[in-house]
Design a protein around this ligand. Structure first.
Ligand code: BGC
Ligand code: CA
Length: 348
């Protein structure tokens, strides 16, 4: 009888030890965190800067907690199928958390299924999955900006500038002739930014006339080509260029430089992002303004989320995070651009 009791006690003790060991790995008693990233296109300027910023933030978080961090970044080169395969490979390689910059926002189901099966949390960033997909599991997150806000701010910047500078209306017809350089169709930031910018300008009493648009998929050289076509079509009638991002605005500016146009026939340009080169262009007055897509804030949010998921016992209850996390945008002109140039470089 005594012996039986003894063995019972030993058995219970071992069971308790085993259970608590399991609990520890599940709640993440991490000494090393391995993060796998898949980008829709690693040549995208904004994405490159965002990922660099994330790597810095994660390392800083790890150093603060004596946790070593490792990051592997893969390039999906604009193919959702390739991205699905990469995610599988990253999971097989032992990643603890995945950061996914979807190629196709409407096609996240295969990635979600894979991750859920292996219990690997996923932080989607910059390209927002549809809400129903995100709600499939409580370890799926999104970090990005609010597209509507960026469009409104671009419209406000343009309205202020036009009100303060009579010569934007070069032909003095009381209307601003404009063109739009558009990002990728289907991206949450493309159509909304254009609509909101134009509506904000109209609501502030500026009379507008749309001449045309060019889809340039966020890309500088595509934007240069689209702009050359628009200039060819509308000659020096174009007074304002609203671009869905900085890189395309810079491509539009390249087109005027290529044609050796004099300053008096170049329209005013507005971008969005505040990339390193975008900020330089604002400083030089080539871009009249841009809207800061807070890559430092987004990178920090993602890095903090990674730490919370891997080290916090009550991850779902951490009130700093919800499943969808939107960082605010900010307006940048020549007056405040220096503040952003220092933020940008100090976090690298
Ligand atoms: C940025 C673009 C970028 C795109 C990629 C947007 O939020 O403004 O610069 O190319 O995201 O998904
Ligand atoms: Ca005009």
């Amino acid at each position: 009888m005594k012996q039986k009791k003894f063995w019972k006690l030993i058995f219970c003790g071992v069971a308790v030890l085993l259970l608590s060991a399991c609990a520890k790995t599940q709640t993440g008693d991490a000494s090393r965190i391995y993060v796998g990233i898949s980008c829709y296109d690693q040549t995208d300027v904004f994405i490159k800067e965002l990922v660099t910023s994330f790597e810095g933030e994660l390392k800083r978080n790890g150093d603060n907690k004596d946790i070593s961090t490792l990051v592997t970044t893969r390039d999906a080169a604009d193919s959702q199928r390739r991205q699905n395969t990469q995610v599988k490979e990253l999971i097989d390689a032992g990643c603890n958390v995945l950061l996914v910059n979807l190629v196709d926002r409407t096609d996240s189901s295969e990635i979600i299924e894979l991750a859920k099966k292996k219990k690997i949390p996923v932080i989607f960033f910059n390209r927002e999955p549809v809400t129903e997909d995100l709600k499939q599991w409580n370890k799926l997150y999104y970090v990005g900006g609010n597209a509507k806000e960026s469009g409104v701010m671009q419209g406000e910047l343009a309205a202020d500038f036009i009100r303060g500078n009579n010569d934007v209306d070069r032909n003095r017809d009381g209307k601003i002739q404009y063109v739009v350089l558009e990002g990728e169709p289907g991206h949450q930031d493309a159509i909304i930014r254009t609509e909101e910018a134009v509506n904000t300008l109209k609501a502030s009493g500026i009379k507008l006339e749309k001449l045309g648009y060019g889809v340039a998929n966020w890309n500088r050289s595509q934007a240069q080509n689209r702009m050359l076509q628009l200039i060819n079509q509308y000659q020096n009638k174009i007074e304002l260029v609203l671009s869905n991002n900085d890189d395309m605005a810079l491509g539009g500016i390249d087109a005027y430089a290529k044609l050796n146009r004099t300053e008096s026939s170049i329209p005013v340009f507005f971008g969005i992002d505040g990339t390193d080169e975008g900020l330089v262009a604002v400083k030089q007055g080539l871009l009249a303004g841009t809207v800061y897509n807070d890559k430092e804030g987004q990178a920090k949010k993602m890095a903090d989320l990674v730490m919370m998921l891997e080290t916090n016992d009550n991850s779902e209850k951490d009130s700093r995070f919800t499943q969808q996390n939107y960082l605010p945008y900010a307006k940048i002109t020549k007056e405040n651009v220096a503040d952003y140039q220092s933020t940008s470089s100090s976090s690298r």
